[in-house]
Design a binder for this molecule. Structure first.
Ligand SMILES: [Zn+2]
Ligand SMILES: [Zn+2]
Length: 262
């Protein structure tokens, strides 16, 4: 069981993948929900790899069918969560040539109505579908969602270059547990988090934490609040309005600015 802080008993995994939708994930939404409940989380955000990332959903499907299939991991987790008492929220991880963003606060139904989320243009030869980080931000933000730059300083073969979009994000994933949790088998370099936290400070952007978890061997990272979060939209409001919260990589707790707590 995760040892929670007394004043922040509501912990959320904000970066989680399911095998139904993310090619790199090993466990289903229901399996992930069960593991998170057992570990002591109040809730999870299912953030599977979207069109421009490592998605397992067949890209030859028409958009509405694709969007429906994309929500399969979330729906499986949600059904299980409803049964066992774990709050499950919808999100996704968009990808632009290796640069990735976590999207929160919107629904599968909203996604279905926005085929322009398909990206990048080299896969669809139509300028209307030329989704970019610059176009993504107003689209998501005006719909009431939130854009968080996922692990902005991770260096890996699938990320050709580090690209930063401080004007096109609402916040930064300052702590990604795959970088700094000893249980993680990949991307191990806590320096990626140090750089992300400094970057967030430089642009006065809020910081979030998540585990980028791909199996039930959880890293126990996330964001913890003093109160229970009621919806994906409520989570966005909590982060953006400056509500009190703490961060963890599963090993250590940090304040919301990314400073270690003793
Ligand atoms: Zn992945
Ligand atoms: Zn991820």
């Amino acid at each position: 069981m995760i040892e929670l802080l007394k004043d922040y008993p509501y912990l959320y995994e904000t970066h989680l993948h399911t095998s139904q939708v993310s090619r790199c994930a090993r466990c289903t939404g229901a399996e992930m929900a069960r593991a998170a409940k057992e570990a002591g989380y109040t809730g999870i955000f299912v953030t599977d790899h979207h069109w421009g990332g490592n998605t397992a959903v067949d890209k030859s499907l028409p958009w509405d069918k694709w969007a429906e299939a994309f929500a399969a991991g979330y729906r499986d987790a949600k059904q299980c969560g409803d049964e066992i008492g774990l709050d499950v929220f919808f999100g996704w991880e968009s990808g632009f040539k290796g640069t990735e963003f976590l999207i929160y606060g919107l629904s599968p139904e909203w996604m279905k109505e926005h085929p322009e989320l398909r990206s990048p243009v080299d896969e669809i030869d139509d300028p209307d579908f030329n989704m970019t980080p610059e176009k993504q931000y107003p689209l998501i933000h005006e719909a009431g969602g939130m854009v968080i730059h996922a692990h902005p300083f991770r260096e890996e073969f699938y990320i050709p270059e580090i690209r930063l979009y401080p004007e096109y994000v609402d916040g930064v994933e300052g702590i990604n547990a795959t970088h700094s949790n000893p249980k993680s088998q990949s991307h191990n370099d806590p320096e990626y988090d140090t750089k992300a936290i400094a970057y967030a400070h430089e642009h006065s952007l809020p910081i979030t934490a998540g585990s980028d978890i791909h199996s039930t061997d959880l890293f126990d990272g996330g964001v913890a609040f003093k109160r229970r979060i009621t919806s994906g939209r409520d989570y966005c409001d909590a982060i953006l309005s400056g509500e009190d919260y703490v961060l963890t990589n599963g090993v250590q707790w940090f304040d919301k600015k990314g400073k270690p707590l003793s």
